[in-house]
Design a protein around this ligand. Structure first.
Ligand code: SAH
Length: 323
């Protein structure tokens, strides 16, 4: 059946509220609703609902009512989509993404990697991580960059989603990594993707919440931990994070917004990590940190943090970038 897309473009906060109202209003009808950035700065967002084309007026009224409920007087726009195979459309929509030395592409893409690139074959599916999100591409760039400087023996990708980061690391380094996710469906997807990308013998995938898993403890301490899982969980995991990180190890953190940098850096500095690099992709921040080589430096920072001398934490002991 033909479909129409009804949409309105709004400031982000309003878009989130309208999308939530629409979800409540249409939850029994199975009408897809989306909210995504309309511009590169993510100031404006577009809220869309995809409805059967035979009842445009009813869904237009629903969207107008949702806008009205939040006091928004913006026009509803319409696009006719025709008879659509949604799976194919969603796959076609995902053009290959280049991130540093990596190109993430779907199986429908003939866009083969250049000789200097690592091709990661990830189809859109039930797990996060196709390379299209600024956090994923930021992490891939950071991984490519750090591999130019160092090699690692024990690597953990915490919150692996589709497995994209562990697969990227293992493809480039040809070394082992442990990939974990709280979501068993993501772990199954990651396992499949490892097989498809010929790194199943290098990447082990397990279901785990945070650092709580026998396998995670067994392979610690890590000299590279990658975690793309948002500021809140990262902050609350900082102590376990540090406990599992070897002196001199590297942490690549993402899922962060630029204004969260100071808070995350202060927390991790208190656990012995110094700031090394940042990159912002599509408004998302990815940090590269390095854990102090000396236990004394780490103890100093923890002590300063515990006594809430945040100025001392911020000034902290300086370690050098180990090449
Ligand atoms: N690493 C992928 C996916 C990031 S999305 C990429 O960079 O694209 C974040 C993933 O972290 C999700 O798959 C989510 O299920 C997982 N996650 C969230 N909280 C977690 C936790 N406490 N422990 C383990 N995994 C977690």
């Amino acid at each position: 059946m033909n479909q129409i897309r009804l949409y309105a473009t709004l400031p982000r906060k309003s878009a989130e509220k309208v999308a939530a109202t629409l979800e409540r209003a249409l939850e029994d009808e199975g009408v897809p609703i989306s909210a995504f950035e309309a511009d590169a700065d993510a100031v404006l967002w577009t809220v869309s609902l995809y409805a059967p084309a035979d009842e445009p007026q009813r869904f237009q009224t629903t969207l107008e009512a949702a806008l009205g409920e939040h006091g928004l007087d913006v026009p509803v726009e319409t696009e006719t989509l025709g008879d659509t195979d949604w799976v194919t459309l969603s796959l076609q929509g995902l053009a290959p993404v280049r991130a540093g030395r990596f190109i993430v592409h779907g199986s429908h893409d003939s866009d083969v990697p250049q000789p200097h690139e690592y091709g990661l074959l990830i189809d859109a599916g039930q797990a996060f991580g196709t390379g299209h999100h600024g956090t994923t591409s930021g992490c891939l760039e950071a991984i490519g960059e750090i591999l130019k400087r160092r090699t690692f023996r024990r690597v953990l990708d915490l919150g692996t989603g589709s497995g994209v980061l562990a697969i990227g690391y293992a493809s480039a380094a040809r070394r082992k990594a442990l990939a974990t996710d709280i979501d068993p469906v993501a772990v199954a997807v990651a396992r499949d993707n490892c097989r498809i990308n010929h790194v199943a013998s290098l990447v082990k995938c397990v279901t785990a919440t945070g650092f709580r898993h026998r396998q995670i403890a067994a392979s610690a301490p890590y000299d590279l931990i990658i975690a793309n899982i948002l500021a809140g969980p990262l902050q609350s995991m900082a102590t376990s994070f540090a406990r599992h990180a070897a002196p001199g190890s590297v942490a690549i953190l993402s899922g962060l917004l630029p204004h969260q940098q100071t808070r995350i850096c202060a927390t991790f500095r208190a656990h012995g990590f110094a700031f090394r690099q940042k990159r912002i992709r599509d408004g998302w921040l990815t940090l590269t940190l390095e854990k102090s080589l000396t236990p004394q430096a780490a103890a100093y920072a923890a002590d300063a943090y515990n006594s809430r001398r945040m100025d001392a934490v911020a000034a902290g002991p300086v370690t050098s970038w180990t090449v």
